[in-house]
Design a protein around this ligand. Structure first.
Ligand code: MSP
Length: 541
């Protein structure tokens, strides 16, 4: 089969003042499975990720640890890579923004925009939050009562004293006062262009609520923004004024183009940027304008993810309440994490991360539902015959008395399940995509309970009926697994093996998803084997 379309997906590049926490892993896990789905569906996939190194936060951190910046960044880049490898994030490209080829590209685009009269010099005075890497206006800040550790809006009437300070609401830190020469990007020039672009690309940002927020922001007033600083010799020098270095967002956003430089195939424009809601304005507003200014095509879509909290507190590297994804998946498993992250909440919602709920979801869906069904088929099939057992399809027309067969075949009409799954995957509604499969498993559980193959197996004259019930369940498991392969590739591969579906992983990874779905299989069960997805006991405390 010939590879057809290309699909280029990106994660945000991560700051290196700390190693990724569970919130950051969310973006990578989502991007990884969307990449996998496109790969098995026949697209040539490029998936890029890694580190955003040119930030004040990284410099501060290196300084705190008494390290030179270069060894510090090397160490952190390696740590990030180890974490993504541990979590089995199958990226095809990674980028460090200190790479020379990235510096060259950023210089090139800066020059293009400068030549296009979109970059100008100005003296800037303002408050800068290094943790957000953004300038803040008064209305963006909140008051913090240091004694009581509570915040309240600037609009509240309060008596100011030394215990009440203005802070960034996300990081609870006072922004730095900055006054210096800066270069600015003329974002205001692109207001009409952006409005028209949004109009003609109604799915540019998903979900639509976030898109509406972005549109509302653009309609209010677009301000030009600062793109350079005087300080720091380490970062990318502006090609038209070497006394200045570029500062977020030029060097960060253009990573997406740098990773496209080495390839013979043309992957730009990106099909999908996965970003958290905190950086949607930069991706949804700055980024299209910056690309347009330098004559590049615009990305096709941006998927915005919500934020999760721990005990209703924002997870943040700077607030030190982060959960380590490596520790968490060592304690449980990557599958448990993926299942919980994607089946419990819509990806664009905000929600609270709850370890106990994660275990409950795993027990209910993967251990009880998915694994139990397979286990039943295996055990019963082995009982049917002492030697290896083969399950194969026979037309069931005159056997409708076999329990609710009509109902199950109606609902489980391949067309409906396949279509619904694929439609939701195409909309990136991963929660619904998973739900369809677990709902199918619930129906199969009902079906097998009503069919009582453990009873019919005892009656010799019903051997054929029993075999057919088991075949139906096995075939529907196969369909569900093909869908779930995107989410849990390793365990599902083991499940395929249990029914003698050899080499499925290879076939899938070589873009035969559709073909496998339509194939009529013969299942062979030769041994019970190890349990997969075992229940986890919840310890009370
Ligand atoms: N370096 C910038 C992105 C530049 S992209 C050109 C950055 N880095 S980050 O390390 O702070 O965040 C990376 C991603 O993690 C962002 O998409 C952010 O939204 C996401 N998350 C950070 N905390 C999160 C949660 N608590 N929950 C979900 N996602 C979170 O921003």
């Amino acid at each position: 089969m010939q590879k057809k379309d290309t699909f280029f997906i990106t994660t945000p590049i991560y700051y290196t003042n700390w190693v990724p926490h569970i919130g950051n892993s969310y973006s990578s896990i989502i991007a990884d499975l969307i990449a996998r789905y496109n790969k098995i569906s026949g697209k040539k996939v490029k998936f890029s990720t890694w580190v955003d190194e040119n930030s004040q936060k990284a410099l501060n951190k290196a300084c705190e640890q008494n390290m030179e910046i270069k060894p510090y960044l090397d160490m952190m880049a390696l740590k990030h890579k180890e974490i993504w490898n541990w979590l089995k994030i199958e990226y095809t490209d990674f980028i460090r923004t200190t790479d020379e080829k990235h510096h060259n590209l950023v210089k090139e685009v800066l020059q293009k925009s400068f030549d296009n009269w979109d970059i100008y010099e100005w003296e800037y005075e303002g408050m800068y939050c290094v943790w957000c890497e953004a300038f803040k206006k008064d209305e963006d800040l909140v008051y913090l009562n240091k004694e009581k550790n509570v915040t309240f809006p600037i609009s509240d009437k309060v008596k100011i004293n030394e215990n009440i300070i203005k802070v960034c609401p996300d990081h609870l830190k006072t922004p730095d006062k900055i006054k210096e020469k800066n270069y600015f990007f003329k974002l205001s020039k692109y207001e009409n262009f952006l409005k028209e672009f949004y109009e003609t690309h109604p799915d540019f940002i998903i979900p639509s609520d976030r898109f509406n927020e972005v549109k509302a922001f653009v309609s209010r007033w677009l301000e030009d923004f600062s793109i350079s600083r005087e300080t720091n010799k380490f970062w990318i020098k502006l090609p038209f004024d070497e006394s200045q270095v570029t500062y977020v967002w030029y060097d960060a956003l253009f990573n997406y183009l740098t990773v496209c430089q080495n390839w013979n195939e043309d992957f730009w424009p990106a099909n999908l940027h996965v970003v958290g809601k905190d950086i949607i304005r930069f991706h949804g507003i700055y980024w299209p304008a910056m690309l347009k200014s330098a004559w590049y095509e615009l990305p096709k879509q941006i998927l915005t993810t919500g934020f999760f909290t721990i005990n209703w507190q924002k997870i943040s590297k700077s607030l030190w309440n982060a959960i380590d994804p490596v520790e968490f998946t060592k304690k449980y498993s990557k599958d448990l994490l993926t299942l919980y992250l994607l089946s419990s909440f819509n990806i664009w919602q905000d929600w609270d991360f709850d370890e106990k709920q994660a275990v409950l979801a795993y027990n209910a869906k993967l251990a009880n539902n998915l694994w139990n069904l397979l286990n039943r088929v295996v055990v019963l099939s082995l009982k049917l015959s002492e030697k290896a057992w083969e399950l194969f399809w026979e037309i069931l027309t005159d056997k409708e008395e076999i329990v609710d067969l009509q109902k199950i075949n109606n609902w489980l009409s391949k067309k409906v399940v396949l279509q619904e799954f694929e439609e939701n995957m195409d909309k990136y509604d991963l929660k619904k995509s998973l739900e369809i499969n677990f709902f199918t498993l619930d129906l199969l559980n009902d079906f097998i309970t009503k069919s009582e193959p453990w009873q019919t197996i005892k009656q010799e004259e019903k051997t054929e009926e029993t075999r057919q019930v088991l075949y139906i369940v096995a075939e529907w498991l196969r369909q569900v697994w093909l869908n779930l392969y995107t989410f849990f590739p390793e365990k599902i591969t083991e499940m395929f093996e249990k029914l003698w579906l050899k080499n499925y992983k290879n076939i899938l990874e070589n873009w035969w998803f559709e073909e496998l779905k339509n194939k009529v299989e013969i299942f062979k069960i030769i041994e019970k084997g190890n349990p997969l997805f075992e229940r986890i006991e919840i310890t009370k405390n």
